[in-house]
Design a protein around this ligand. Structure first.
Ligand code: AMP
Ligand code: MG
Length: 344
């Protein structure tokens, strides 16, 4: 995730409010909002009958997202993650409740994926950001040093106390924090009485109850190529996230290296996969989409098929004709009807 915080600081890309008429038996209207957070537009849609209450709920949800950015951003100089990087040593340091919660979840997913997803990948991500700027592969010795200062097993969390077992460790929540922010925003809206809601954090999407008299929220997954058919999902109380190398990559000597890194080799992925994961919440969808990308086509599909509560589609662009694979339940959530637009 690009926590492009220069864009963030209070920048509102226009809070729009659109009311669409409710159905005859349901007088709820739809209210829509958008603000920039974590370097991407976060969109909120809610159904309700009280506009002032919807405005207040959306404002609270955005505030929660901004708070999470101040914890997890690795662009902000004074975020908790940045401060940890500057000060954390092998001595235990206390961390916030949010950081402890998401770190615990991240470490669990690291274990489940055998380190394909690794929240300590920060030193490698830093090298690959530099590689993208300079259009040069990271030097071998720097890669080796970055691998030596990462590894989730060397990051130890006990209650709210964190210690690193190696020097130079940097946490990176780029593959999971946007999903978590969507879940938290959805929770805040629900607590304010808006259970029929959608949050779209730059493509990571969480939805609550279905819109009035609809089976679910219609969500369109943006095609990667003009030839690819539009995928429309119909979801309620679920989430979806997509990971891939479409926007953030570097091409060196004709090879495309993704911003997603294989923590075991230290290399940016070159497998050319686009992975869409549907899960019960956006934190999982976000993290597993990144993890499956690292695991690769066969292992990733095997992992997703065995994992209860998730469905996954993988598009493989490494061939002349892109190949599509998915878990057995994925198509059940897709709508064959592409004539209706999205609800998002
Ligand atoms: P996403 O777009 O959700 O797949 O997240 C990609 C971002 O997650 C990158 O920009 C990095 O900040 C971070 N990241 C890269 N590789 C990994 C990995 N193997 N495990 C966890 N986070 C990663
Ligand atoms: Mg992710």
């Amino acid at each position: 995730m690009g926590f492009g915080t220069t864009l963030i600081a209070g920048l509102l890309v226009g809070t729009s409010l659109v009311q669409s008429g409710g159905t005859p038996s349901d007088s709820r209207s739809r209210f829509r909002y958008v603000e920039m957070h974590m370097g991407v537009p976060f969109r909120i849609s809610v159904y309700g009958s009280d506009e002032a209450a919807a405005n207040k709920a959306a404002a609270e949800a955005f505030k929660r997202i901004a708070t999470l950015n101040s914890v997890f951003s690795d662009y902000l100089d004074d975020s908790e993650v940045t401060r940890l990087r500057k000060h954390a040593s092998r001595d235990p340091v206390p961390v916030s409740k949010d950081l402890a919660l998401l770190l615990r979840r991240s470490l669990k997913i690291s274990g489940e994926t055998d380190g394909a997803f690794d929240v300590t990948v920060g030193p490698l991500v830093r090298l690959w950001r530099r590689a993208r700027r300079r259009k040069q592969l990271p030097e071998k010795d720097l890669l080796a040093a970055a691998i030596a200062s990462s590894g989730y097993k060397r990051c130890v969390l006990k209650d709210r106390s964190l210690s690193f077992k190696t020097d130079g460790m940097r946490l990176d929540f780029g593959a999971i924090a946007k999903g978590f922010a969507c879940d938290e925003a959805l929770r805040v809206l629900g607590e304010n009485g808006f259970r029929s809601a959608l949050i779209d954090g730059g493509g990571d999407i969480a939805v609550g109850d279905a819109p009035p008299e609809k089976p679910g929220w219609r969500i369109q997954i943006e095609p990667m190529t003009p030839e690819e058919p539009v995928l429309t999902l119909v979801l309620k109380n679920q989430a979806v996230a997509t990971s891939g190398d479409r926007y953030r990559f570097v091409e060196i000597d004709g090879k495309r290296y993704s911003h997603i890194v294989d923590p075991r080799t230290g290399m940016g992925l070159t497998s050319r996969l686009t992975v869409t994961v549907i899960a019960n919440n956006a934190t999982d969808a976000d993290a597993y989409a990144s993890a499956v990308s690292v695991l690769g086509l066969e292992n990733g599909l095997r992992f997703a098929s065995a994992k209860p509560g998730i469905e996954c589609r993988i598009l493989d662009y490494s061939r002349a004709k892109p190949e599509e694979r998915h878990t057995s339940g994925f198509k059940r959530l897709a709508s064959p009807d592409v004539t209706n637009g999205p609800d998002g």
